[in-house]
Design a binder for this molecule. Structure first.
Ligand code: AMP
Length: 357
C-alpha cells in the first residue's frame, strides 16, 4: 500500500482549488461523475477497453475528459498525467476488481477512503473474521463437504458477480457440480429476502446517528440485485428437473431494483453497520465513505450478512436523484453526490487529507 506520508506529500503539491475527480469508466461512474459535477469538481474518466460512447447519451454525467489506456501497466506508467491534473481517485467495485486490489493499493494517486480495508475485504477469511468479531451474524461455514446436510452455497474465490456459484443439497450434489481445480468456500444457504444496504460513514460529521469513535452513520439507499438466471429459474419448475435438461442456476448480476425494508428492521440494520464500522477502526484504522452490507432476512426477521463491499456499489445506481432514505438527509442526493459533498466539506474544513490514502 502506498504509505500515507507519500499521499500527503502528493496532496501538498496539489492545487486544491482545481481538483479532478476520476474513476474507471464502468460500474457506477455515471453517478460518480454526475455527483462530482453537481458539487463543482472537474471530472475525468479512465478507460482500458470499455466503450465510452454511451456517455454521449447522458450529458449531465459525461466526464469532462477521458484518458484511454492500453492496459493497467500503461495506467501505471502514465501516473504523472493524473498527478498533473490534481486527481483524486474514487474506487468502485469494477475499478478494484479489474485492476486488482493489490495493484490499486499500490497506485500512487490519492484515493478517497482507506485502502487498508482492501486487504480485509478481498480475503474471505479476513472478511469473516472482521464481521463476526464485530458481533454481526454471517452464514455458517461448512468446512467438510461430506457434512452437507442442508442446502449450501458454494462460492469460488474471487468469482466475479456470483458467476459459477452453485447450490448443493448434499455431498452427491456438491461432487457433481464442484470444480476441484478452483479454491472455494461452502456456506449455509440463507433462505429469505435479500437486501443490499448502502451506508455512508462520515468520520467528521458530529450530528445524526453517531458511532463509538465519533462520526456519523447514514443509510442512503437499499437495492436488490437482479441475478441471472436464479431469479427466473422457478418458472421452469424444480432445480433438479432443470438440471436434467442441462440448465444450472447462476447468480450473475445483471441489474438492480430499488427497495425499502420495513421500518422495524432499521434499528437492527444500523446496529450491524455501526458494529462493522467500529470494528474497522480497531482492526485497520477505519472504513469511511460508502459501504454496503449484503444481507438476507429470514421469516423470523433475523439478518445474516453474506458479504460486505467497502466502497460505492452499483446497487446505488437507481438512486441518482435521491432515495426514500437519502431524501430524509440530503434531498435528491445520490451516493456519488454524497462522496463529492464529503470532499467539498472537507476542503472547506481543512480536513481533506484525513480522508485520503
Ligand atoms: P456474493 O458474491 O457473496 O455477493 O454472492 C452473490 C449472490 O449469491 C448474492 O447476491 C446472493 O443472491 C447469493 N448468495 C450469496 N451468499 C448466499 C448465502 N449464504 N445464502 C443465499 N444466497 C447467497
Amino acid at each position: 500500500m502506498v504509505p500515507k506520508s507519500r499521499i500527503d506529500e502528493i496532496l501538498e503539491g496539489y492545487d486544491i482549488e482545481d481538483l479532478t475527480i476520476a474513476t474507471l469508466c464502468s460500474h457506477s461512474s455515471l453517478q460518480i461523475f454526475h455527483g462530482a459535477r453537481k458539487m463543482g469538481f472537474k471530472t475525468l474518466g479512465l478507460t482500458i477497453s470499455h466503450s465510452t460512447k454511451y456517455y454521449d447519451a447522458f450529458p449531465l454525467a459525461k466526464p469532462d475528459e477521458i484518458i484511454k489506456y492500453q492496459d493497467f501497466d500503461d495506467m501505471e506508467a502514465r501516473v504523472g498525467e493524473l498527478l498533473d491534473r490534481n486527481t483524486i481517485l474514487i474506487p468502485h467495485g469494477s475499478f478494484v476488481e479489474y485492476m486488482g486490489a493489490r495493484r490499486f493499493s499500490d497506485y500512487p494517486v490519492p484515493s478517497y477512503g482507506n485502502r487498508a480495508v482492501l486487504k480485509w475485504e478481498s480475503d474471505r477469511d479476513k472478511q469473516r473474521q472482521w464481521i463476526t468479531s464485530a458481533g454481526v451474524p454471517m452464514p455458517k461455514l461448512i468446512t467438510d463437504a461430506r457434512e452437507i446436510e442442508e442446502p449450501v452455497m458454494v462460492k469460488y474465490h474471487g468469482a466475479k458477480g456470483g458467476s459459477g456459484y452453485f447450490i448443493a443439497r448434499d455431498y452427491m450434489d456438491f461432487k457433481m457440480a464442484v470444480d476441484q481445480t478452483l479454491p472455494y468456500t461452502i456456506q449455509e444457504y440463507c433462505l429469505g429476502t435479500r437486501y443490499y444496504m448502502h451506508f455512508f460513514y462520515d468520520p467528521l460529521k458530529t450530528d445524526g446517528y453517531l458511532c463509538e469513535q465519533g462520526g456519523s452513520l447514514e443509510l442512503l439507499s437499499i437495492d436488490r440485485r437482479d441475478e441471472s438466471n436464479i431469479d427466473e429459474m422457478y418458472k421452469l419448475g424444480s432445480i433438479e428437473e432443470s438440471r436434467r435438461h442441462g440448465l444450472y442456476p447462476s447468480f450473475v448480476v445483471t441489474g438492480n431494483t430499488p427497495v425499502v425494508i420495513r421500518e422495524s428492521l432499521l434499528p437492527k440494520a444500523f446496529d450491524m453497520a455501526e458494529k462493522v464500522v467500529n470494528k474497522s477502526y480497531e482492526l485497520f484504522g477505519g472504513m469511511w465513505g460508502p459501504f454496503c452490507l449484503e444481507t438476507v432476512v429470514n421469516d423470523k426477521l433475523q439478518f445474516k450478512v453474506f458479504e460486505i463491499s467497502t466502497r460505492i456499489v452499483a446497487g446505488s445506481n437507481p438512486f441518482i436523484s435521491g432515495s426514500p432514505y437519502a431524501d430524509l438527509i440530503y434531498p435528491g442526493l445520490s451516493t456519488g453526490g454524497r462522496i463529492a459533498l464529503e470532499l467539498k466539506n472537507a476542503l472547506k474544513d481543512d480536513t481533506f487529507k484525513e480522508l485520503m490514502t
